[in-house]
Design a binder for this molecule. Structure first.
Ligand SMILES: NC(=O)c1ccc[n+]([C@@H]2O[C@H](COP(=O)([O-])OP(=O)(O)OC[C@H]3O[C@@H](n4cnc5c(N)ncnc54)[C@H](OP(=O)(O)O)[C@@H]3O)[C@@H](O)[C@H]2O)c1
Length: 275
């Protein structure tokens, strides 16, 4: 078992990670287990979740609870909070990580797909955070990590639902941090840049190439940086120099450049095919 960093409050025993069977969420779970945390892993697919849980128990020997839940359902947060309460487990660290991605114009997006993303990125993390944050406030300690994205720094055509929902999470985390901070509960927002996971549907070969070129980073690098920032009680963290440059570059790009990209982008439609 890895040594728990000295600044991690020894009262913290149990961590809940959403979207824990792959990508950055799996890396969060691995690292927390290596620090000796009892884990509650949540994901919407039973088989990959069971595999992740089995491998984590095998590697770290910690107790792992598995909860299969589609977090894009309106009732998901309340169900989860109630289910965990019935098990008599108190959540000390909440990692709101589950997410999804699609590309396309707002008016072309299937309403069900848009709704599912907004529930998953906005409604469920807000309600989960409220429910577990209330418990943490009563105990007077706890950490909440909210995974946003560098997409929160600029609104881009083609990813309106994704970017706006990540912007919501960033603002929500900031306000919540002020609210809960006075009770001893710390809230941190993590804003990753391009990370080598299956989020964008890229092939293994593409991800490998992107990693070699330094465009994408390993999920473990992002998760480690996020946990370090969270346990240090930081408000917000963008992991890596490239992600920083991308966030600030996006924020300072003039709107006319964004509009030009929209008109010229071959992957977005234009009326009559004329650009
Ligand atoms: N990868 C990047 O470049 C990047 C950049 C910035 C921010 N992020 C954010 O980082 C977070 C993790 O993404 P990732 O890159 O690690 O992608 P990922 O490997 O696809 O992981 C996403 C996780 O969320 C789970 N999930 C998706 N829909 C769900 C639902 N309806 N209910 C419950 N769980 C659900 C997935 O479970 P299943 O696999 O079972 O569906 C998966 O475990 C996301 O919030 C994403 O927006 C990623």
């Amino acid at each position: 078992m890895a040594q728990r960093p000295r600044h991690v409050d020894p009262r913290l025993r149990v961590a809940l990670v959403t979207g824990a069977c792959s990508g950055i969420g799996r890396a969060f779970a691995e690292r927390l287990a290596s620090f000796g945390f009892e884990l509650i892993l949540v994901s919407n697919r039973a088989a990959p979740l069971a595999t992740a849980a089995r491998e984590i128990v095998g590697a770290h020997g910690v107790r792992v609870h598995q909860l299969v839940s589609d977090l894009s359902r309106p009732e998901a947060a309340a169900e989860l909070h109630e289910g965990i309460g019935k098990r008599g487990v108190a959540v000390d660290v909440l990692v709101n990580n589950a997410g999804t991605f699609f590309f396309g114009e707002v008016v072309d997006t299937d309403p069900g797909r848009a709704r599912a993303m907004l529930e998953l990125h906005v409604v469920t993390p807000s309600l989960l955070t409220a429910a577990f944050g209330r418990d943490m406030r009563e105990r007077g300690y706890g950490h909440i990590l909210i995974v946003s994205s560098i997409s929160a720094w600029r609104d881009f055509p083609g990813i309106a639902h994704y970017g706006a929902s990540k912007r919501y999470l960033r603002g929500f985390a900031s306000a919540l941090r002020s609210e809960l901070g006075v009770y001893g509960v710390k809230v941190t927002c993590l804003a990753p840049g391009p990370t080598a996971t299956s989020l964008f549907g890229a092939s293994d070969a593409t991800r490998e190439l992107a990693k070699r070129l330094g465009i994408m980073v390993e999920p473990a690098t992002v998760a480690d940086a996020g946990l370090l920032a969270m346990f240090a009680g930081r408000a917000e963290h963008i992991p890596g120099i490239l992600a920083h440059l991308m966030a600030w570059g996006a924020a300072w790009t003039p709107q006319w450049v964004v509009d030009l990209i929209r008109r010229r982008a071959p992957w977005l439609p234009v009326r009559g095919g004329v650009r």
